[in-house]
Design a protein around this ligand. Structure first.
Ligand code: GLN
Length: 539
């Protein structure tokens, strides 16, 4: 029998209460007390993974080392815990049904009628327990996406109910996140939505053990007691989660509210050691006491929804704190930039990042942005599509290959400087078929990239179909755009940089996925430092 304990995090009243951040914060506190903790997320939508969803639908798609395209909450888990997640950490309804239907087609149900209960719920239970099978973790936190009461969440809540029923009391703990709204006209915080949401849980047979109440104002003792009484939990298990300045305050806030102690008590685990959060506090102190402020532009086409660039924004927070500088990130729509207005739109920036993306929309604005950064010595970082655009810009404006393009944008170009890999050409299905996950890269000594990483062997995560076309490599290098990172197995160009420029680096991979509080990503740290230097020259 596995000794692993299971914590479930559900949400009620509304979505967007921050279940991911609460889960990651609790995990951080338990980890800081010496427990080994994993977090996983179950999403109730039918897509097998979020990889095929538009960023407007779902925000960023986070990519793991093993190439899973996952929910952006997994990014929070990695950033808080500093341990990598994998395919097993994010399961959707689609993946559950896919597994059950495949088994049914193989005749795996021996003539039975296949039903939501028990077959779908059994598959959910199996997946929930999977991470704990080898006793690798003391505690596994499972976040259920969606809101309790939604039709699509039902099989998940039922699976959780069954696991609680099967296990001893001290082996599971249910944390329910709710909202305690403030009615300005009545000048009162209202507990009824929380009560109703707990009643819904009870209808499904699940009694929450801990309530985390999102609120804009202090709950006070009386309200805590009232919530405790009517929701059938101990007063100490009513945790206030008041709005804070940054998500990185939440673990300390939850520690003050004793969320970790309440959960450990419930699980009958001792508080091994007092939590060691010195590194975290140091990061926060630097974040809140910056010595300088920098303006960095993020040029992309999904800027209306900042969640589309979540990991990039967080990587800047980590790199800013590490440089003791506050990075003010300006989201700039690539469709609004042209060579004519570039100076007006970008002139105030200390550094420019051109974002990843798919498809033609906004491409010419990205290329105009890159030309401006290259010609005006503005520190530049291009990620994935941003790197590909830097290659196209260089081809057009330095190599004078006027119609140079990526075959993603112009399949008929006579100069396909970015083209599809042979292995991608025969692929017809869109889901999960890009170059995904971690690949090794060899960094050239003496390059800008090397000055960031300080080593030649690195591994970074990918998510793309198109690549630098090596037929052009020699002419690029002669003209001053060098390949400074290459895949040792395939020879694919992974990093390009421009000589005679303070900081112009384009990467085919996504460094933002690997930046954590404990390990800010070196490319972001160096890029922010270059922006810092640039700002000083203007002052
Ligand atoms: N659309 C480009 C490709 O598929 C870049 C993808 C990205 O920026 N993630 O290669």
């Amino acid at each position: 029998m596995s000794k692993t304990k299971y914590v479930f995090v559900t949400g009620g009243v509304t979505s967007s209460l921050g279940k991911g951040i609460i889960s990651a914060s609790l995990a951080k506190l338990l980890q800081a007390r010496g427990y080994s903790v994993a977090i996983q997320k179950f999403d109730p939508y039918i897509n097998v993974d979020p990889g095929t969803m538009n960023p407007y639908e779902h925000g960023e798609c986070f990519v793991t080392d093993d190439g899973a395209e996952t929910d952006l909450d997994l990014g929070h888990y990695e950033r808080f815990l500093n341990i990598p997640t994998s395919q097993a950490n994010n399961i959707t309804t689609g993946r559950i049904y896919q597994a059950v239907i495949e088994r049914e087609r193989e005749g795996g149900y021996l003539g039975k009628t296949v039903q939501v209960v028990p077959h779908i719920t059994d598959e959910i239970k199996r997946r929930i327990m999977l991470l704990g099978e080898n006793d690798d973790y003391d505690i596994i936190i499972t976040e259920l996406g969606g809101t309790v009461g939604d039709i699509e969440s039902l099989p998940f809540v039922e699976a959780v109910r069954q696991i609680i029923w099967e296990k001893e009391d001290q082996d599971t703990c249910v944390i329910h996140l709710t909202l305690v709204p403030y009615l300005a006209a009545a000048k009162e915080l209202k507990t009824k939505p929380t009560q109703h949401s707990v009643k819904t849980m009870l209808e499904y047979g699940v009694q929450p053990d801990v309530l985390v109440c999102r609120t804009e104002h202090d709950l006070g003792t009386d309200l805590r007691k009232k919530i405790a009484l009517f929701c059938n939990v101990k007063s100490s298990a009513v945790i206030e989660s008041i709005d804070v300045e940054t998500i990185y305050d939440v673990p300390l806030k939850m520690q003050r509210e004793k969320l970790d102690k309440v959960v450990l008590n419930h699980l009958k685990l001792s508080s091994k050691t007092e939590p060691d959060l010195e590194g975290w506090k140091d990061f926060l102190w630097k974040l809140k006491n910056p010595k300088a402020e920098l303006n960095i532009g993020l040029v992309g086409k999904y800027v209306e929804l900042p969640d589309a660039y979540k990991s990039i924004a967080e990587a800047f927070i980590h790199a800013g704190s590490s440089n003791e500088a506050k990075v003010k990130l300006h989201y700039i729509h690539s469709e609004l930039i042209s060579e004519e207005n570039a100076d007006k739109k970008l002139g105030q920036l200390d550094g420019i990042l051109v974002a990843p993306g798919f498809g033609e929309r906004g491409i010419e604005g990205k290329i105009a942005t890159i030309k401006y950064a290259r010609e005006n010595n503005v520190p530049f970082l291009g990620i994935c599509l941003g790197m590909q655009c830097a290659v196209v810009e260089f081809a057009r404006n330095v190599l004078h290959l006027e119609d140079a393009s990526s075959t993603e944008m112009n399949p008929d170009t006579s100069n396909p400087v970015i083209a599809m890999m042979e292995s991608q050409k025969s692929i017809t299905k869109k889901g999960g078929t890009m170059r995904l996950g971690a690949y090794p890269c060899t960094v050239t000594k003496g390059s800008k990239a090397y000055s960031a990483y300080g080593k030649t062997k690195i591994s970074e995560r990918h998510r793309h179909r198109f690549e630098f076309n090596n037929a052009y490599l020699e002419s690029f290098e002669k003209a001053g755009m060098k390949c400074s990172g290459v895949n040792p197995d395939t020879g694919l160009v992974e990093i390009v940089e421009v000589e005679n420029h303070p900081w112009f680096v384009g990467v085919q991979f996504h460094p933002e996925y690997k930046s954590t509080v404990e390990n800010p990503h070196p490319l972001f740290v160096r890029f922010v430092r270059a922006a810092f230097e640039n700002a000083k020259t203007k002052a």
